[in-house]
Design a protein around this ligand. Structure first.
Ligand code: ADP
Length: 596
């Protein structure tokens, strides 16, 4: 129990750190406005009591002056309260903007820094999605609930002082009668969080289905396969499942909360009867009657509201717990380590084994090979053999499970990752189509040079992309997403050239190409690699391709089969060996003739 309380307070502290970090001054002013706003209700109640008493007195004395003064005072207090409410609203809305900005920045930055291995584990992946989907809204809910809590606590303190004059026990009664409905609501929140967690995968599926439907590139396939109806029905089924679960939980909640609230109201009316008796038998004034009755009503609504805000805080806090966990996930130290030596002699894979996450099966087993500076290499093998995984290890996106990768005898782990990445150009088959214009899509290859149009143009020249870019109406300023101002839709082959230009934004001693030209025709790919060969004669080039016309251009070919390296040599040597490479080559030669 003590530990639970400790953890709760530690979590509350973390949440407030997040809120305050969004904007210190605004948060402070917001809290202040809420404290003032909380004071106004008891003040108004007191003025109203004196007003009623003065009216009762004036019936005998016929002196209207004091009721008029008190009415004016009530008007002034009400007016000030109004101002405070608007000021408080202003700070709260501003705080929402600051929180949005701050949390979005932190989650983007953290997601970008997380190691790839975190995305491979389902629980982590779910959590990353959950945090990105929910955190900002939840934090904003926490903010408004906290402010409601502060306001109500101040009001409650005022009302308690009033009720204390009447009878201290009444305060205790009022608190106790609110407990059952608080428990019911608390259980409901817990249940809702559990349901939310169990639905994450389905919710992600619905979001992805919607994304597929609104993506321009997908429309042709969806229409031809007439998938709209199927996808709609699939989403319908998922929603029906959600509705069924919700119905049951909400029905139960509605019954329980109605019962507990009926009991609560009945007890409150007994307390009000006690006040009426005090007026009749103990000569309390009519002003006292209005004061105590409204104190009891307001006390009750304050207490309910405080309980509600605690429950909502708890409910939203459950999601923020995930955000805090996510923000505290360890990130790689990418800066410290040796500087990369561009003049390295060889990179060596020494008995490298690798498996993903918790999987028991190795994707790579006992891999040994050597890459020499300024030479070109290709990995060949059927899909799923492990070629991309090898490149991921070389790119240091993962670490070998066993064995080591060394550069001139020094383990690759000893080099600063940032420095290493700065020296590697990489183009992947699943490259990103950024929702920016041409110059950004190329410039992202080296963010430090993002405003250097001369470097961007040179990169586009090297990949051959310049030819179609110059034909675009807005040239390098053309937006590359359908439906944007000054936008166009590129073909996949053109997109691939843009992705290759990105790699040319910097001078790299190592260039890694993972089937980035799978969508261009064999002739264009061949021409591109021929051009690349002269352009990067000073670099080490490592590629994966299924096209033997390209593969045969490299110095050394590695053949991967069933997670092992089974053949190694030049095109000619491997043909002479008449092994797996020769079989694959001859199969393609038969199918495409001289075209390969
Ligand atoms: P290739 O590039 O030769 O087609 P990959 O290296 O992409 O092969 O994949 C090798 C094996 O590793 C495949 O069985 C694939 O399913 C598995 N694999 C790839 N990525 C992951 C991942 N992130 N998590 C788990 N398994 C993966």
């Amino acid at each position: 129990m003590v530990n639970k309380v400790k953890t709760f307070f530690a979590e509350v502290k973390d949440i407030f750190k997040l809120l305050v970090s969004s904007s210190k001054i605004n948060t402070l002013l917001l809290i202040l406005a809420n404290i003032l706003s909380g004071l106004m209700l008891p003040l108004e109640m007191m003025v109203w009591k004196y007003f009623i008493d003065s009216v009762v007195g004036a019936i005998a004395t016929k002196d209207i002056l004091s009721p008029v003064y008190l009415l004016c005072l009530h008007y002034v207090v009400g007016g000030i309260n109004n101002y405070i409410i608007h000021i408080e609203e202003y700070f709260e809305q501003m705080e929402v903007d600051y929180v949005n900005k701050y949390v979005t920045a932190r989650t983007i930055s953290k997601t970008a820094k997380l190691e790839l291995k975190y995305f491979d584990q389902k629980e982590n992946y779910d959590m990353i999605q959950k945090v990105n989907m929910e955190s900002t809204q939840r934090l904003i809910n926490i903010l408004s609930m906290t402010m409601l809590f502060v306001r109500n606590c101040v009001t409650l303190a005022g009302i308690i002082s009033v009720l204390f004059i009447l009878n201290g026990w009444i305060i205790l009664f009022c608190i106790i009668v609110s407990v059952p409905s608080a428990i019911v609501s608390f259980k409901m929140s817990r249940k809702q969080y559990e349901i939310f967690n169990s639905r994450l995968e389905d919710m992600r599926k619905i979001a992805e289905i919607k994304n597929i439907l609104v993506n321009y590139e997908n429309i042709k396939e969806l229409k031809i396969y007439r998938l709209g109806k199927f996808l709609k029905e699939h989403a319908d089924k998922l929603y029906e499942k959600f509705i069924c679960q919700n119905k049951e939980v909400r029905r139960k909640y509605a019954v329980n909360i109605s019962l507990s609230e009926t009991l609560q109201v009945a007890i409150l009316y007994l307390i009000k009867l006690y006040v009426v008796m005090q007026v009749i038998y103990k000569s309390m004034s009519i002003g006292d009657l209005t004061l105590f009755i409204s104190a009891i009503d307001n006390f009750q609504s304050c207490i309910s509201s405080i309980f509600r805000s605690i429950i909502k805080l708890y409910e939203n806090g459950l999601y923020i717990k995930d955000l805090n966990y996510f923000l505290n996930l360890p990130i790689q130290d990418v800066n410290t380590g040796l500087a990369f030596n561009k003049e390295f002699e060889r990179i060596e894979f020494k008995h490298v084994y690798f498996r993903y996450g918790d999987s028991e099966d190795y994707v790579l087993e006992d891999i040994c090979f050597c890459i020499e500076n300024r030479k070109s290499y290709a990995f060949v093998g059927i899909n799923g053999a492990g070629k991309t995984t090898l490149l991921k290890l070389l790119l240091r996106l993962y670490q070998p499970t066993k064995g080591s990768i060394t550069i001139d005898g020094i383990d690759i782990c000893n080099y600063s990752i940032i420095d290493y990445w700065k020296n590697v150009g990489a183009v992947f088959q699943e490259f990103i189509q950024y929702p920016f214009d041409v110059k950004h899509n190329i410039g992202f290859g080296c963010v430090e040079s993002i405003s250097r149009i001369d470097i961007i143009k040179e990169a586009a020249k090297k990949s051959g992309a310049i030819e179609f870019i110059l034909k675009l109406k807005q040239g390098f300023d053309t937006n590359l997403k359908k439906g944007w101002v000054n936008s166009t839709q590129l073909s996949l082959g053109q997109w691939q050239k843009i992705a290759i230009s990105r790699a040319f934004m910097k001078d790299f001693p190592i260039l890694i190409l993972d089937e980035p030209t799978a969508s261009v025709d064999a002739k264009t790919e061949y021409e591109l690699y021929n051009r690349l060969k002269t352009l990067i004669s000073d670099s080490t080039c490592i590629l994966i391709s299924h096209r033997f016309s390209t593969v045969k251009l490299v110095d050394t070919i590695f053949v991967i089969e069933n997670h092992h390296l089974i053949e190694e040599g030049s095109h000619q040597e491997l043909l002479e060996q008449n092994g797996v490479y020769a079989t694959l080559y001859n199969m393609q030669a038969e199918a495409y003739g001289d075209d390969i």
